[in-house]
Design a binder for this molecule. Sequence first.
Ligand code: NAP
Length: 449
Amino acid sequence: MPFSVAIIGAGPSGFYTAEALRRLDRDYRIDLLEGLPTPFGLIRSGVAPDHQSTKRVARSYERTAADKAVRYYGNVQVGRDVGLAELRRLYDAVVIAVGAPLDRDLSLPGGDKTGVYGSAAFVGWYNGHPTHRDLEPDLNVTAVAVIGNGNVALDIARVLVKTPAEMANTDLPEHAAEVLHAAPVRDIYLIGRRGPLEAKFTNVELREMGQLSDALPVVDGGQLPAGPNPAASERDQRLQAKNLETLRSFTTLEDKGGDEGQRKRVHFQFFLRPLEVLGDGHVEGLRLERTRLEEGRVVGTGETIDLPCGAVIAAIGTRAQPLEGLPFDDRSGTVVNRRGRVAKGLYVVGWARRGPTGVIGTNKPDADEIARHIEADLTDAKATPGHRTGRAALEDLLAERGVTWVSFDDWKAIEAAEIEAAAPGMPRKKLISIAEMLAVLGGPSSPGE
Ligand code: NAP
């Protein structure tokens, strides 16, 4: 009899864990439970719509899903449709792979004003995530401040300034395209509380900012140090040197000219930390304090600057969603764990384990480690809980509760409908509500199919 493993979350870390278990020389039955009908987590709704080549990694997840040992249960929300404690009773092992989908709190006076958005919500909105499609950000503004110096901040800035032609071959949903392309936004301020060497941009993404048809990056050359930090590791020094070279190249970029030239500007602003969102109900500006670094720590200088802007987007990282019965560290926004082990038969992987760091592939070694833990724990005679019913019992439970779950074939039908509806050149026209997705299927999946 196979061991039954439930993985909660069908994003990269969930799929890599399924794949790692599948590769082990043992009979596993692996069920991936996902709250949305659609799989792939951040690949679908986090990776920017103009980064389609990054999204191709989902093909390897499709191969995993095609294995008989693996079954996908979409539209099943743990905590609503089935409890974590129930899953732990039904399965030999349960893996939490829920990512970090919630915005971290900006904790700033005025942070609740209209016009302040978190990056998870904003990115989810322009990626057609059902939870965020109704965000309706007010972009009828000329200046936007994006807080944070990571890749998400770059994604947001790029999507804000790209032209309709530059977004033509993407899956940017209509509701977002209409707002983004009508917006009079001219200036984006990328606010870093530390300096260019400490920015978390990866170089490929940073270089893209110099290749935009209607926007130019603006960097104050006076803020760029001569070279990398000699105290940093060799690897970090190499990355710092590349980013410095790119930022330096931005200082000499010139407007391409033409009728209107490049109308928009992305201003890289370093050594500034946000103090307060200004305005009377709606954002009118951001009060910033100049900073300096003392042994890597941010220290305020007391000098403040008021930056006029009509919207503030906080791209300062995200956190996991606590689940009932799961020990949670509120400070880091992650599940409490020891090298991925949470409790007997319970594991955590990916961003829910280590926070939102690294690239998609970083989740692979993480998943391999969890698979090794599961293997070791389940084959340890003393710890073996005995083979549990897993899949059959889950399907009975879902049927009993009238839960409409979506199989991987159902997802392929949803995907086919999205591809068919796409305009020429577009990869897909995303369905952005759960009801629309289920309508494609014409009714619920029959349990046990
Ligand atoms: P991130 O890389 O951790 O960047 C967060 C930024 O927010 C940092 O600059 C951080 O500054 C700043 N920050 C945090 N708290 C702040 C505060 N209270 N006030 C002001 N600034 C604050 O996070 P991310 O951009 O959300 O990206 C998450 C992960 O996804 C990263 O590993 C990223 O590389 C990855 N990603 C990759 C791609 C890609 O490869 N194309 C695209 C998107 C995301 P400090 O450094 O000073 O803390």
